[in-house]
Design a protein around this ligand. Sequence first.
Ligand code: PBG
Length: 322
Amino acid sequence: MSESFKRHRRLRSSAAMRSIVRENELKMDDFIYPLFVMEGNDIKNEVPSMPGVYQLSLDNLKEEADELLSLGIKAIMLFGIPSEKDEQGTGAFKENGIVQQATRLMKKEAPELLIVADTCLCEYTSHGHCGVIHHEDVDNDESLKLLAKTAVSQAEAGADIIAPSNMMDGFVAVIREALDEAGYNNIPIMSYAVKYASAFYGPFRDAADSSPQFGDRKTYQMDPSNRLEALRETESDIEEGADFLIVKPAMSFLDIVRDVRNHSNTPVVAYNVSGEYSMVKAAALNGWIDEKELVLEKLTAMKRAGADLIISYFAKDVAKWL
Ligand code: PBG
């Protein structure tokens, strides 16, 4: 006589049994590690709100590259901290800008490491906004011109992937056209297709020194209340030629990761942002949680939600744990 209920525990009975039915697993190929490079010498500043994350000067990059390769990390995302800022953020597209120099150096020291260049102006503008200011707001089309210049200069320096993050309308179209015209039709665009105006970016702005000096980013980054808007952003970025779609932040937006995955067949990238990192680190340092178990659980949840790739400050920790 058959039982009147189903025995789900049969498939959980041993480690081996669980492993053969496991649906999602993390591997080092899934990760992109963000790196903050700073103008100057002999700099290795730990970011106070992000224990284990450093601002590094160029002379410390060789050691960093060796460590990343030995850990099996395949890709890094570069953020630059220039020594001088101005209204237009010209440091973002200078031939010898900090990201351009870091890219050349990394390509020399560790040619097999993929360099993803974050393409934005906020680290380079004196006002801290992601574009050019007109009448107290960021001017979309003027900012696009500078963003396209930045992308081309990053490609010239050797970046393997261009990742525009400033949330101007049309940024993928304009960057695609500029890259193609400059002869870089083989360089993919990893678009921050869905980027919310989030309180989870706080620690990053300490690390990159990129807080807006007035106002906020709500006229260009998305309202966390919205879901359909994410699909509109996704559609236009695909039409404009995005090769990857980033959803950011990740942890509180896994429904959106799933929506974007179901809506497209383009690789989806979840950005496990600074505030998500800091919260876990703070709890771990207090001994309140099991850091390894918790981090592996939440990163696996990002894959389960549909992410193909994860940008995470935990990538080095994960490499040690896996
Ligand atoms: C630049 C940019 C930001 C982040 C990535 N690129 C900050 C922002 O939009 O204010 C945040 C990353 C993080 O919090 O880890 N526009």
